[in-house]
Design a protein around this ligand. Structure first.
Ligand SMILES: [Zn+2]
Length: 130
């Protein structure tokens, strides 16, 4: 829709200097209030990250968003990693026990022998057909 004004529109089309009918990129106004009750509004692009505080243009005090939105609330929704999920279920001493158990199996040959036999099977079969 917005690129309509950029296409050739032929002779007699309205002047591009006239802003009426020209669609701007989506944007929104966000209100801020400073501790001295100065209210001001700023225009941000729709996709921009809106800060939760802004310096008051009249007194320079730290102003908070009028809509009560705080950036911190968004940060709480941070993506949980596999490690985070694992840590919710297991404590560090438990994980150390598991690691020690696995290492013992690996060093004794039990674990590697089983894995090796399984992974090497297809290659030996491939040799036979060649
Ligand atoms: Zn102010």
């Amino acid at each position: 829709m917005a690129d309509r004004s950029l296409r050739g529109t032929g002779l007699g089309a309205k002047s591009f200097e006239d802003e009426a009918g020209v669609e701007f990129a989506p944007r929104r106004e966000v209100g801020f209030d400073c501790p001295r009750a100065h209210h001001f509004e700023l225009v941000f692009a729709e996709e921009a990250e809106i800060p939760s505080v802004w310096e008051c243009p009249r007194c320079g005090a730290e102003s908070l968003r009028s809509d009560g939105q705080r950036a911190e609330a968004k940060e709480e929704k941070a993506v949980r990693t596999h490690w985070d999920m694992l840590r919710e279920r297991r404590s560090i001493p438990e994980l150390e026990d598991l690691l020690a158990e696995r290492l013992t199996l690996l060093r004794s040959g039990e674990l590697s022998a089983a894995t090796f036999a399984r992974t090497s099977a297809p290659s030996t079969r491939a040799k036979k057909t060649a």
